[in-house]
Design a protein around this ligand. Structure first.
Ligand code: ATP
Length: 875
């Protein structure tokens, strides 16, 4: 990392392109580029091969649970000769497989859509004009221009390089940047990392600039060759891994219980071949019913669809695990321009030669000319069409298009030391008759000390300490109103300095320029929403402390009388133990920003950081959530980030936190719903076997499978894509160590399972012992109660908002409604009764099913509401 004083030699970029041939200076003609696009194809990697639907469908039948059921169907057919039962089991296996197939398809589609969301761009020279095109349109022969921060779009030959350095670690694993040099001696058979005359697709420019001619695109590039060999499967998030482990563990428990059930059933039915077959079927059905095998897929669907919703709001997630971390974010480190302000800069006022002016024309001519020269020359932007940094575009607009063109044509640029946020200034050198003109613009505290004279009308006077102080005070006052202030300087030199940064002294202070950048109207609301959600927002900016404080006060991050901590404070006193003791950090370098992130993380904070420049990459990588700016950010920042915000807006980041919390919340609902619901089935079977010998098999295998089919599939999927709870942002962030299934949570889920199972067993006892109906009648009622209670339990897990209404979920209503409707058919339709072992319920039994089915969800909801009201932890 550079210090302010080290000379970034690598950043010096002589502009003269005399060594380039005319062909390279013109680039391809647009028509030729188009025809080559047809010939060579788009510069993209072929999409990863997706598993065919036939294969995917077949795989559903090879899952362990499906195999177990197929074995059960075979036993029923060949062992017991029960054809109808066997066919029913087969139908259930098929229905389960269909649900899994649909869920997987949804997950795959959603993930694919995510992959397509980012469209990289490239800067090419075509027909003599520089233009930005989608990277996919780059063709062999195209002249691609590179600057620091770019991702290289194709393999290309370097024809011009100015301190060009490229990070090729994604191809070579070598983390040090490689210097590129078109004149390097070429060696046959050199490896990827040993070719200074080439750049490769997918690698990143970290320094300097250059021009290249594309040699290979798309799958023909080195990157394409590597990508072909890679496993295309999406990596799993920690949450997905946790859930897979959980499903595995529940599977083990289920197998254990299944063995016990097998033994107990044999005891009940006697040690006969028939008994053994029945016992096997019961045990197998229970194992299948108890394992929430759909859980990992439902979670993937929830994650992927949530991420798509976030993209709709302008937050593109580049790494899926970020979604989980978003929900537990406690601090957002945000910069200022673009995130809190609109980044629609306007030149507001100019101070030169002791005059204040709102516009150039109000200054005396000689003064206006000097100011206009620095503004037009020390500038990488263009007005027509507007390209480049919005601040520089604003400066050009202040000068006017024609005047800019005249000034630029009269003094072609010979060298430049580009702006970087550590140096906080930019320097250019131009032809100036027989001499050279050096111009500089940058932060006043940086530029003024480099000046030895000051413009006064057409004259240059020595810059006294008093005059320097007056200039800085003027800058200070303008900054305190929220303006961004630049100091402008120039000097005439006899020869073009070989290294312009070594000649940055004894300049002539020309004046100050103040720019206004209005605060985004939504910024205040986003800051307030974040505060309500227990999130701290720290402003960490490279801008002046006065500007930073004024903007922070306007959006409500801190009041304007609280001083900002500056980069020099941090260098003098070190990074504070608790960076949260201040809210505004100004004139901060990227490496100090990184140190702030580390200090916050040491205190247990989960940190999101915004960034746009090449120098921000380490902080973005280190942060728990690195957020790159989509509009103003460099490709390097994007590559380092977990999330890209397309409109650079803080409000979008806060929305992403809300969505992140919502996605996690939905996953929690699915886990609670499936785990407690499936546990209740185990409890019913075991209780039945142990306490009610007369019942024989407590629930017939087909009944268990039926419950599993209707409760585990669609209701879980519907919960996974549930609407975001409006009360989410009134809660504090979720602790990072908070696991979906900690022991206390498992305890609470067990309590709910007992409640559901209790309602089912109670109904059995009422029908059998109070109403003296036969066991088959009692079992039939228990079957319906268990089904209904499990389905309605979905509404209890949804109810988490402490009184605020959650938007209704038509999918859930459909899934639960269909489930209950089908259950009514299965017990009520005489044709289906023999298949499912049910009998027609009497009227009071229908009533019992309704009451006992609703009761558990009702108790849980009341329990939760009163638990919250009394401040206790609700179940
Ligand atoms: P923000 O938080 O507002 O986005 P930042 O952290 O990105 O700010 P920098 O862009 O690093 O801040 O700018 C730091 C300072 O450098 C500015 O206050 C300004 O004085 C100066 N500066 C910014 N851009 C340029 C430029 N293109 N040329 C010269 N000086 C610049």
């Amino acid at each position: 990392m550079q210090t302010t004083e080290s000379v970034p030699e690598a950043n010096v970029r002589p502009i003269a392109e005399t060594n380039l041939t005319e062909a390279v200076r013109r680039g391809l003609e647009p028509a030729e580029a188009l025809s080559r696009l047809g010939r060579f194809g788009r510069n993209e990697l072929p999409p990863p091969r997706r598993e065919g639907w036939f294969h995917r469908a077949g795989r559903q039948f090879l899952e362990p649970m499906a195999l177990l059921l197929l074995a059960a169907a075979a036993v029923t057919w060949f062992g017991l000769g029960e054809r109808v039962d066997s066919l029913a089991i087969l139908a259930i296996v098929s229905a389960n497989a269909t649900i899994a197939f649909v869920q997987e398809g949804k997950a795959a589609n959603a993930l694919e859509a995510l992959r397509k969301m980012e469209t990289p761009r490239a800067v090419v020279r075509r027909g003599g004009r520089v233009e930005e095109v989608p990277a996919a349109d780059v063709v062999p022969g195209d002249v691609v221009l590179l600057t620091a921060g770019d991702r290289i779009p194709a393999d290309a030959l370097v024809v011009d390089a100015h301190s060009l350095e490229v990070d090729e670690s994604m191809l070579t694993g070598e983390s040090l940047p490689v210097a590129k040099d078109p004149g390097a001696v070429r060696v046959d058979g050199a490896g990827t990392g040993e070719q200074p005359w080439m750049v490769f697709s997918g690698t990143l420019v970290v320094h300097g600039s250059g021009a290249t001619v594309v040699t290979r695109t798309g799958a023909d590039t080195r990157f394409g060759a590597i990508a072909k060999g890679l496993d295309e499967r999406e990596p799993q998030t920690p949450l997905q891994r946790e859930l897979r482990r959980l499903t595995g563990r529940l599977g083990a428990v289920a197998v254990g219980v299944a063995f016990a059930v097998f033994g107990l059933t044999m005891l009940r039915l006697g040690f006969t071949a028939d008994g053994a077959e029945q016992a096997f079927l019961s045990a197998a059905a229970l194992a299948v019913a108890a394992v929430p095998e759909g859980l990992p897929t439902v979670v993937t669907v929830g994650l992927a669809l949530g991420v798509r919703r976030m993209a709709g709001h302008g937050a593109i997630v580049r790494r899926l695990p970020a979604v989980e971390t978003l929900g537990s974010t406690t601090v957002i480190l945000t910069d200022k321009t673009g995130t809190l302000t609109e980044n629609t800069m306007r030149l507001d006022s100019i101070w030169a030669s002791g005059c204040f002016a709102g516009a150039l024309e109000n200054l005396p001519d000689a003064v206006a000319d000097s100011v206009a020269a620095v503004l037009a020359l020390n500038n990488d932007a263009t007005i027509d069409p507007p390209t480049g940094d919005p601040m520089e575009i604003a400066l050009l607009r202040g000068v006017g298009r024609e005047r800019c063109e005249r000034i630029r044509a009269g003094s072609p640029r010979l060298a430049v030391v580009g702006f970087d946020s550590t140096r906080k200034r930019m320097t250019t050198v131009h032809a100036f008759g027989s001499k050279a003109l050096m111009t500089m613009k940058g932060a006043p505290e940086v530029v003024v000390p480099l000046c030895g004279r000051i413009m006064s009308g057409a004259d240059e006077l020595p810059l006294t300490d008093e005059a320097a102080r007056a200039a800085l005070e003027t800058a200070e006052r303008a900054a305190a109103t929220g303006s961004r202030v630049l100091a402008l300087a120039r000097k005439v030199v006899d020869t073009v300095p070989g290294d312009p940064s070594s000649a940055e002294h004894d300049l002539v202070l020309v004046g100050l320029a103040a720019l206004r950048d209005p605060v985004r109207p939504e910024a205040g609301g986003a800051v307030a929403e974040a505060a309500a959600a227990g999130l701290r927002i720290l402003m960490v900016t490279g801008d002046h402390p006065g500007t930073a404080r004024a903007v922070a006060a306007e959006v409500g991050i801190a009041s304007s009388d609280v001083p900002a901590v500056t980069g020099s404070d941090l260098r003098a006193a070190g990074i504070p133990d608790d960076p949260l003791s201040a809210s505004v950090y100004a004139r901060v370098d990227p490496d100090e920003k990184l140190a702030l992130v580390v200090a916050l993380q040491k205190r247990g904070q989960v940190v999101a950081v915004t960034g746009d420049g090449v120098n921000d990459a380490p902080a973005l990588r280190r942060a728990d959530i690195g957020v790159a700016m989509g509009r103003s950010g460099s490709d390097v920042a994007r590559e380092a980030a977990d999330m890209v915000v397309t409109d650079d807006n803080l409000a979008t980041i806060v929305t992403a936190v809300r969505e992140g919390r919502g996605i996690y919340d939905n996953i929690r609902k699915v886990v609670e719903y499936l785990v407690a619901g499936n546990l209740s089935e185990i409890l019913v079977v075991v209780t039945g076997l142990v306490f009610f010998p007369g019942l024989g098999v407590p629930l017939l295998p087909l009944q268990l499978l039926w419950i599993n089919l209707l409760t585990d599939g669609f209701p879980a999927l519907a919960l996974g894509i549930d609407a975001v709870d409006p009360g989410l942002m009134a809660r504090p962030p979720r602790p990072r160590a908070d696991h979906l299934l900690s022991l206390p949570k498992l305890g609470r889920l067990l309590a709910r399972a007992v409640l559901i199972a209790g309602a089912a067993v109670a109904s059995l006892m009422i029908v059998r012992f109070a109403w003296h109906e036969p066991w088959i009648q009692a079992r039939s009622t228990m079957f319906s109660v268990l089904m209904t209670a499990h389905l309605l339990y979905a509404y209890a897990v949804r109810h988490t908002n402490g009184g605020r209404r959650v938007r209704w979920n038509p999918w859930l209503l459909g899934a639960v409604g269909t489930g209950i409707g089908l259950q009514v058919l299965v017990v009520g339709l005489p044709a289906l009764q023999p298949v499912f072992g049910t009998v027609s319920p009497t009227l009071r039994e229908w009533a019992l099913v309704a009451a006992a089915g609703i009761l558990p969800a009702l108790i849980m909801t009341v329990w939760r509401t009163t638990g919250r009201a009394s401040g206790g932890r609700a179940a």
